[in-house]
Design a protein around this ligand. Structure first.
Ligand SMILES: Nc1nc2c(c(=O)[nH]1)N[C@@H](CN(C=O)c1ccc(C(=O)N[C@@H](CCC(=O)O)C(=O)O)cc1)CN2
Length: 284
């Protein structure tokens, strides 16, 4: 078997063209959505992601507000920019690019954000809303994954999903999204403390691999026909991305989200969805 591709680039392009029409409708009502980003430090990967977010904004007609601080920025300096973005009327939603430099309390920074401007769905209030089933912004990568599966007609309802990883942006919120009534999946969450990871993986209809461990998902771990989404980002000596999923998995799986070209572009598209939905809510 050679797996079909869950094409994140094409799906994100379709979502962006739908959003461009919604942004036009907002502008006709006098509402201009604006995405703010705060990048702290010089990590080239983070800079690439943030620049990509602003390129996306330009494509769909969302205004951009770009704020940057050096690697040496203090907690107080970062919090001062967060307060400014909270107050800036041109900024209808924003993100603080993660990870923040060592020594910075990222949770304190996230808590300081105005929850009404949380474009990432990672503010404690947004995550609490998700737990309670109240409408609000959804974490970008988990909901991007749901959209990618839906738009390729991969059945989520009743599926057994194994999530590998428990990080803040993917692993931790992923089960919260998948177990909502609208998705109705059954989820097993695995992490570094899991005994016999392979035994869990072999039960999965869908695997979300977000461990950040190169090629941790091997062909023999995958049930034939399963959907496997590679979200892990490690880099080789040349700086090339190495995902969590071994290339041989494509011979066993029914569906594969490649890395790059799978979930990454969907994360960016979902961020724009959150910005547009927040502006639509504000416009009534
Ligand atoms: N505040 C946040 N920080 C981080 C998040 C997040 O959702 N919010 N997620 C990741 C990084 N990220 C978005 O910020 C992100 C990661 C990957 C991509 C992407 O399009 N990747 C490309 C490949 C890029 C490359 O070659 O390096 C792909 O998969 O095709 C977009 C966004 C951590 N921080």
């Amino acid at each position: 078997m050679t797996a079909q591709i869950l094409d994140g680039k094409a799906t994100a392009a379709a979502i962006k063209s739908e959003l461009a029409a919604r942004v036009e409708a907002l502008k006709a009502k006098g509402v201009q959505p604006g995405l703010g980003t705060l990048l702290v430090g010089d990590d080239p990967g983070s800079r690439w992601y943030v620049n990509g977010k602003h390129r996306d904004c330009a494509q769909v007609g969302i205004a951009s507000i770009q704020r940057e601080l050096p690697e040496t920025a203090t907690q107080e300096e970062i919090e001062a920019v967060v307060r400014e973005l909270n107050e800036d009327p041109a900024c209808t939603g924003y993100i603080v690019q993660l990870p923040l430099p060592k020594g910075i309390d990222a949770n304190r920074v996230l808590e300081l954000m105005d929850p009404a401007k949380d474009a990432d769905g990672l503010h404690p209030m947004s995550l609490g809303r998700l737990v309670l089933g109240i409408e609000g912004p959804l974490p970008c990568t988990p909901y991007g994954i749901v959209q990618l599966l839906r738009r390729h007609d991969v059945e989520i309802k009743g599926a057994h999903v194994v999530v590998v990883g428990r990080g803040i942006t993917i692993g931790r919120p992923m089960p919260l999204v998948l177990t909502r009534k609208s998705e109705n999946a059954t989820v097993t969450q695995c992490h570094t403390g899991t005994k016999d990871l392979s035994a869990h993986l072999r039960q999965a209809d869908i695997i979300v691999a977000a461990a950040g461990v190169p090629h941790i998902i091997k062909p023999e771990d995958v049930k034939p026909g399963a959907a496997v989404l590679d979200v892990g980002v490690s880099r080789d000596e040349q700086g090339k991305i190495v995902g969590d999923v071994h290339p041989g998995v494509a011979e066993v799986a029914g569906w594969v989200a490649p890395n790059p070209g799978g979930v990454g572009p969907m994360t960016r598209a979902q961020l724009l969805v959150n910005v547009v939905e927040a502006a639509e809510r504000a416009a009534g």
